[in-house]
Write a protein that binds this ligand. Structure first.
Ligand code: 5GP
Length: 137
């Protein structure tokens, strides 16, 4: 039994604005509402993060995240949606229970910013390719 905040939500010990629930998955409003309609989708069983989640469960979570993203665009007037999951503290994960953020986007300065810089200069791309590729099988 885990004591993280999402396990407590699954067990009904902490309330949430629930959107969807089945045998595997729970979806609810993120308390911080980074943008209006910000949703979290989690597995009901505990896995520390996306990387630690069995494929079948991960697929169930992603199916619901996709559906919620579609609804946010169709019904909430969102112009876009960011779907992301942080893995480990170094990547910004604060709750150590796998969760997918579904963040509707309305305009550039709507409360969420993702910065990706081009840092490729000086990197040995063939070596990086080989290191990753050779470990995929
Ligand atoms: P992370 O930084 O781990 O990717 O995201 C954790 C998210 O969980 C944050 O966006 C935060 O607002 C949300 N969160 C933390 N505690 C609660 C809670 O008790 N209820 C809800 N609904 N969301 C929470």
């Amino acid at each position: 039994m885990h004591d993280d905040v999402f396990c407590k939500i699954v067990r009904g010990e902490i309330p949430c604005y629930k959107l969807f629930e089945d045998e595997y998955v729970l979806a609810f409003l993120d308390i911080s509402q980074v943008t209006k309609g910000h949703v979290l989708v989690i597995p009901k069983d505990h896995y520390d993060n996306f990387l630690a989640t069995p494929q079948k469960v991960m697929h169930k979570v992603m199916d619901i995240a996709q559906r919620i993203g579609q609804v946010l665009i169709q019904m909430m007037g969102a112009k876009g949606v960011n779907i992301l999951t942080n893995n480990f503290e170094a990547a910004g994960q604060t709750v150590m229970h796998f969760h997918v953020h579904v963040i509707p986007r309305y305009k550039e300065s709507d409360g969420f910013r993702l910065e990706m810089h081009d840092n490729h200069e000086g990197l040995n791309l063939p070596a990086i390719q080989e290191m990753i590729k050779s470990n995929l099988e």
